[in-house]
Design a protein around this ligand. Structure first.
Ligand code: FE2
Length: 153
C-alpha cells in the first residue's frame, strides 16, 4: 500500500518532470521563432525570442536537479521530453510574427499554470526547497508573458 507521503512525492516528481519537459519544448519552439521570424520587426523579435529562449533553458538544470535531490529519475532524451510535455510542436517556418507571439504568450501562460500546480505539489510533499525556487520560475514565466503581450498591442 502506498502511503499518503508516497502519493504526494510521486505527484511532485511528475510535476517537476512535466514542467521540465514543457520548458525544453518551449525552448525549442522559441528558438524556431528566433530563427524564422521575418518582416519589419525582425530585429526586435529576433532578439526578444533569443532572450526568452536563454531564460527558459537556464531553469532546466535546476528543475532536473530538484528531481534528483528527491531521489527520483528525471528526463533522459528528446523522446522522454516528447512523452512528458503538453506544449504542442510548431514546425511551421512561415508563421506571421503576431501568430508566433500569440503562441508563445499562450504557452508561457500554460507554464505559469503548471508552475502554480507544482507549487501546491511541493507544499503537499513538504519539499520546501522546490516550493521556494518555483516562485522564481513562475515570476520568470510571467515576465515572458508580459513582454510578449506588449508586442501584440
Ligand atoms: Fe541566434
Amino acid at each position: 500500500m502506498a502511503s499518503k507521503g508516497d502519493n504526494s512525492k510521486k505527484a511532485l516528481i511528475e510535476g517537476l518532470n512535466g514542467t521540465l519537459a514543457d520548458h525544453f519544448a518551449l525552448y525549442l519552439k522559441t528558438k524556431n521563432f528566433h530563427w524564422h521570424v521575418r518582416g519589419p520587426r525582425f530585429r526586435d523579435l529576433h532578439l526578444l525570442f533569443d532572450e526568452q529562449a536563454t531564460a527558459i533553458l537556464a531553469v532546466t538544470d535546476l528543475m532536473a536537479e530538484r528531481v534528483r535531490k528527491n531521489d527520483a529519475d528525471t528526463l533522459t532524451s528528446i523522446g522522454a521530453i516528447a512523452k512528458a510535455t503538453k506544449i504542442k510542436d510548431q514546425d511551421s517556418t512561415t508563421l506571421d510574427p503576431d501568430a508566433m507571439i500569440k503562441q508563445l504568450a499562450d504557452d508561457n501562460t500554460t507554464l505559469v499554470a503548471d508552475l502554480k500546480a507544482l507549487k501546491e505539489a511541493a507544499e503537499e510533499a513538504g519539499d520546501n526547497a522546490t516550493s521556494a525556487v518555483v516562485d522564481e520560475w513562475t515570476d520568470a514565466a510571467e515576465l515572458r508573458v508580459w513582454f510578449l503581450r506588449e508586442h501584440l498591442r
